[in-house]
Structures are given as structure tokens and as C-alpha cells.
Design a protein around this ligand. Structure first.
Ligand SMILES: *Cc1c(COP(=O)(O)O)cnc(C)c1O
Length: 401
């Protein structure tokens, strides 16, 4: 059996003809920028998230950049976030000229450790950027209370968390601004790059709209240096179809996650993902397990430490990944290298000691195949092989240790 980590083929089999109809309508209609598909999607998405405004844009990365710019965050400012995320989270902060302050994660939820945030706040701190990683919600009650106490803005990175809830609210409606990605592998995916910003603040919404179109409130009038970051009309048309199915797909992801819990919970060598306590609607963009790396030392050479080639760095995780691959099961590592260890940030001198859980977790995590259409039989095949392979790998590790 061959099991992909993610595939869109099955989804396309179900709704492809519906998508083709709408795409051809746009093509024949001749309006490729702006128009009613955009307005309709922005209304649909606002309703889904529970905000007054959605502004479609080019990507999730652009959404983050637009959010930071709209809050006047730039040179000399600091934004607190996590080192265990897709690179774009910190990159957006750097793009606007501000400094990302990277805080360590909770090793069980993989989310920013909210207890470590307060000690990083100083007079340069302008915002907190929590990342609802893998679809699991950060404790927004705590983030909001810190923001209130120190008069900070909150930008939620919801790229992996469309439909995730914290208590009774959808993420993206809790902070000042929510940033979403519709990259094809996200919970709601376009057929290419796309993203959106959500906010209930009218002034911020207006500013983001302008920034996304060359800082222009009116055609050929430019108040600021902005961006060319629109949501394409074709992508909006596709998203208007897909958004009708999002509740069903999230529901499937939750069933699939529960199946993995049932199938794997008896194995003492697998650490299953922990749902943060008031994360009431985990959307399971990824199902990420942890395989202990007993060999982790802080002083280890960087390149060896984050080497994913199992022959070069024989961690339990790397061995298991390789053995699963031989059985036709394709797992993925999100993320093999933390942001602070990326070459792009080599001159920033982030404290590795402060980010010790992030570093260790990067050597332990493994994302199992997860997409709404995976069958129970396929999940059983993954689980059975994982259990079997793990037994062999542990023996092998012990022999080689
Ligand atoms: C995907 C992702 C982004 C960037 O979104 P793009 O649409 O690819 O630009 C940002 N943050 C996180 C956490 C992501 O997963």
C-alpha cells in the first residue's frame, strides 16, 4: 500500500466538476481582478470566522506582513513569537524591519510557552504573534491579558488553523488581527497561493485594504508605500466552492485524529499530541507524534543535530521515518530546523539555551498522513506498521548505542 502524507486528488474527484464550472465562468466573464467573487468570499469568510472584515490577499505571508504594517510595526520594534513554526512567521516580522523575539515552546502542545512571554516584554515590544500550530489553539485568554497589561497588539498566525476555536471563538477573531493562508495544503486551500486578513476593527481593515493595493485608497492616489497583494478572482471562485465543505472536512480531520489516538495510544514509545486545554475545536491540519530522542545534547553541532538524513543522524524519529517509507508510508517532518537555527538568522544570535525545547522537538516530531479523505483502512495500515517498525528501531538504537 502507498499512502501519501497529503493529497488533493481525492478531494478533486469529489468536487472537481463544481470547481471547473466556476473557474470557467470567471474565465469567460473576463474579470480576473476584483469583482463579485472576491466580495462574496470575503463575506463568506467573515461569517465563518466571526469578524466584521476579511481582506483577501496573495498569501499567508503577505497577510502577516500587511497586519504588521497596518499596526505601524517596523524598525526598532519587537514582536514576540515562536521559533517552532513555518519560517514565514518570523520572516514577516523581519520583512517589515522589526525584530522577532523567539520564545520556547511547551514540549507537549508544541505551542509557544505562554509562561515565558512576560519576561521578554520591554519598551520596544509592540505585539505578540501566537501561532495556532497544526490546528491547535494557543491560550488566547492569557495572550489577551498580557496584551492588555502591557498595551500590546495581538496578531494571530492562523495559517494552519482555519476553523480552530479557543473557548467559544474562532481563532482569527480574538486578537486585533488574524492572518490566514490558503496554500493548497492548509485546511481551506486554494489552487495556488492565496491568503486573507481578518479583523473587526474598521480602521485597521481600511488600512490593510489600502496597503494591499499599493497604499492606494483611490485609483492613482498613493498614501503609502504598499504592496501588490490581491486575492485572484479565480482563487476566490474556487474558495467559494470549497468553503461550503470546510465543516465536513474539519469534522473528518477530527475523526481521523481520534482514530490515530485509538490505534496508537497503547504504544508507550509514541508521545501523542496534546490538545491545549480550552482549544475547543482542534482542526488537525497535522497529526504530529513525538519519538523520544535520548541522544539530544545542547552542545551538539547544529548541522548534525538537525540532519534529517537518518544515516547521518540516527535518531529514533529518523529511523522510524525511513522504515515507514519502505512500507509505502510517507510521513513528513514539520519542522526539521527551528527558525532560530536557519542560515537566514545566523547573525541574530538567538539564545539556544532559551530555546531548548524547540531544538529538541525538531529532532523528535513526525507528522503522520493526514487529509480529510484518508480511509480507516489506510490509518490502520499506518498504525500497524508504525507499531511494528518502532519495535525494531528501538532494538536497533539500543544495539548501536
Ligand atoms: C503556511 C504558513 C504561513 C505562510 O503562508 P503562505 O500562504 O504559504 O505564505 C505562515 N505561517 C504558518 C504557521 C504557516 O503554516
Amino acid at each position: 500500500m502507498q499512502i501519501p502524507p497529503f493529497t488533493l486528488n481525492r478531494q478533486y474527484q469529489e468536487i472537481g466538476s463544481e470547481i471547473e464550472t466556476e473557474v470557467f465562468k470567471v474565465l469567460k466573464g473576463g474579470q480576473y481582478i476584483g469583482g463579485k467573487e472576491i466580495t462574496k468570499f470575503e463575506e463568506n469568510f467573515s461569517k465563518l470566522i466571526g469578524v466584521n472584515n476579511t481582506i483577501g490577499c496573495n498569501s499567508g505571508t503577505d497577510a502577516l506582513v500587511l497586519a504588521l504594517r497596518a499596526l505601524d510595526i517596523g524598525e526598532g520594534d519587537e514582536v514576540i513569537t515562536t521559533s517552532f513554526s513555518f519560517f514565514a512567521t518570523a520572516e514577516a516580522i523581519s520583512i517589515v524591519g522589526a525584530t522577532p523575539i523567539l520564545v520556547d515552546i511547551d514540549p507537549e502542545t508544541y505551542l509557544i510557552n505562554t509562561e515565558l512571554i512576560e519576561q521578554e516584554i520591554n519598551s520596544n515590544t509592540k505585539a505578540i504573534m501566537p501561532v495556532h500550530l497544526f490546528g491547535n489553539a494557543v491560550n488566547m485568554t492569557l495572550i489577551k491579558s498580557l496584551a492588555d497589561k502591557y498595551d500590546l497588539k495581538v496578531i494571530e498566525d492562523c495559517a494552519q488553523a482555519t476553523c480552530t476555536m479557543w473557548e467559544n471563538s474562532r481563532v482569527g477573531s480574538i486578537g486585533d488581527i488574524g492572518c490566514f493562508s490558503f496554500f493548497p495544503t492548509k485546511n481551506l486551500g486554494a489552487a495556488g497561493d492565496a491568503g486573507a486578513v481578518t479583523t473587526s476593527d474598521q480602521k485597521i481593515a481600511k488600512k490593510i485594504r489600502e496597503l494591499a493595493i499599493h497604499g492606494s485608497p483611490k485609483r492613482y492616489h498613493h498614501n503609502e508605500i504598499g504592496y501588490n497583494s490581491r486575492l485572484d478572482t479565480i482563487q476566490a471562485a474556487i474558495l467559494n466552492i470549497k468553503i461550503k465543505y470546510i465543516s465536513k472536512w474539519i469534522n473528518n480531520r477530527q475523526i481521523i485524529a481520534n482514530n490515530y489516538f485509538d490505534l496508537l495510544e497503547k504504544n508507550p514509545f509514541i508521545c501523542l499530541p496534546k490538545i491545549s486545554s480550552n482549544s475547543t475545536n482542534h482542526s488537525w491540519n497535522q497529526f504530529v507524534i513525538k519519538l523520544r530522542n535520548e541522544k539530544y545534547f545542547l552542545n551538539e553541532d547544529f548541522l548534525n543535530l538537525f540532519e534529517t538524513d537518518f544515516e547521518k543522524y540516527c535518531t529514533l524519529r529518523n529511523l522510524v521515518k525511513h522504515q515507514l517509507f519502505k512500507k509505502g508510508i510517507n510521513s513528513i517532518i514539520y519542522y526539521p530546523i527551528p527558525i532560530h537555527a536557519q542560515i537566514a538568522y545566523k547573525n541574530k544570535n538567538f539564545s539556544r539555551k532559551k530555546l531548548i525545547n524547540t531544538e529538541r522537538i525538531c529532532t523528535e516530531v513526525l507528522s503522520l498522513p493526514m487529509f480529510p479523505e484518508i480511509s480507516y483502512e489506510e490509518q490502520v495500515y499506518v498504525a500497524n506498521n508504525l507499531n511494528k517498525v518502532l519495535e525494531n528501531c528501538i532494538e536497533e538504537i539500543q544495539i548501536s548505542a
